[in-house]
Design a protein around this ligand. Structure first.
Ligand code: 1CP
Length: 334
């Protein structure tokens, strides 16, 4: 069993570090490959290259876990919605059509994502056995935000539209759940050891809607993982003190703190769960002294608990890899 699994399953107090978005944009060796592969989806579907990119941060920093190089938007892609990544702008999805969405089947879906599973298999073979390979998915709500895009907005959600479309929205969320379970199952079968669920846009949900759009969809996925005996980490970014209610209802093995959560509050309020991350990725843009000071706040708070060192969101593209290396060293010597 890898250390990450030992921490998540047996609540062992030991050291373990990995970073969200550790494979990609801030690494020169990634940029080199990316510059020759303009189509991001095709890059994710290139098993050899995505395995190579997954291992880049492991080679460079000897991190304790690898996260497969892929994207949460591979799911809408596999469900037939065209996905493009516009430089300096982010993802752009083709207009959502319910009739196309409903015209999918499990075979077609798994077939389209076969290269991702092959990349997982290749990577697992190359990775040392004490390191975990992390698979991931976007939570249904976060995928919905991208899939419906302009129809419900990204900076704020128009609940009037959402209510008017309630039947369609629930149909999409239910269908997504089934495909996400299949995607988890396929990634596990290919050799992944741990699953992380990114609900990056949970913070857009109003408190009275959290139950329907965040807690229940996450709970159903967590239960699916638990039935498969696979440890699962949730990341309901931006829901502030509702992290407590989330944890009490969803009960994942691990919970990634976002950078707005006070670690001392987390320690007092988030029980029976392994905490991960929290440090703002912005900290890595400051001086070494400042980085260590801010990291220490998390390390001091969680020193007697099972805790996975990570960030409160993904590494930023402008991060200097040298500072990442220094932070890892600081953590290991702490
Ligand atoms: O242009 C480029 O070079 C592509 C940049 C890039 C990379 C490296 C994107 C576009 N996605 C990825 C890989 C990726 N995405 C990984 C694997 C690498 C790793 O973590 O080490 C993972 C786990 C993701 C997950 C992901 N994609 C999330 C959830 C995490 C988060 O940051 O909140 C989300 C929301 C996405 C969507 C996405 N993919 C890419 C972009 C620019 C975006 C949009 C993010 C946004 O709108 O802010």
């Amino acid at each position: 069993m890898s250390d990450l699994e030992e921490i998540l399953i047996n609540k062992k107090v030991c050291k373990s570090v990995w970073f969200m978005r550790q494979a990609g944009r801030y690494l020169p060796e990634f940029r080199e490959i990316r510059s020759q592969n303009k189509d991001f989806i095709q890059l994710c579907l290139n098993s050899d290259l995505s395995s190579e990119i997954t291992l880049q941060p492991i080679k460079r920093f000897n991190l304790d876990s690898a996260i497969i190089f892929s994207d949460i938007l591979m799911v809408p892609y596999a469900l037939g919605q065209k996905v493009e990544f516009i430089k300096d702008h982010g993802p752009k999805l083709e207009e959502f059509k319910i009739e196309n969405f409903l015209n999918n089947n499990k075979n077609k879906f798994s077939q389209k994502l076969q290269p991702v599973y092959k990349a997982i298999k290749n990577t697992r073979e190359k990775l040392e056995k004490e390191k975990s390979l992390i698979a991931f998915i976007g939570a249904p709500w976060t995928l919905l935000i991208y899939m419906l895009g302009s129809k419900i907005g990204k900076n704020q959600v128009d609940y009037e539209i959402l209510k008017k479309k309630e039947f369609e929205v629930n149909l999409i969320l239910d269908n997504l759940h089934d495909y996400l379970c299949l995607h988890i199952e396929n990634q596990i079968a290919a050799g992944a050891n741990v699953v992380q669920i990114f609900d990056s846009w949970a913070g857009l949900i109003t408190p009275e809607n959290l139950q329907d759009y965040c807690y229940i969809p996450n709970l159903k996925l967590v239960d699916f993982c638990k039935n498969k005996k696979i440890p699962v980490i949730c990341f309901p970014k931006g829901i502030s003190e509702n992290y407590k209610e989330f944890n009490n209802l969803v009960k994942p093995n691990g919970l990634n703190l976002d950078y707005d959560i006070n670690p001392i509050w987390a320690k007092e309020n988030l029980k029976n769960v392994v905490l991960q991350g929290g440090l703002s990725p912005n900290a890595l843009l400051s001086s070494e002294k400042e980085i260590f000071k801010r990291a220490e706040k998390y390390l001091d708070t969680f020193k007697k608990s099972p805790y996975v060192f990570n960030l409160g969101h993904g590494l930023l593209p402008e991060t200097d890899p040298v500072k990442v290396e220094k932070l890892i060293k600081f953590y290991r010597e702490y």
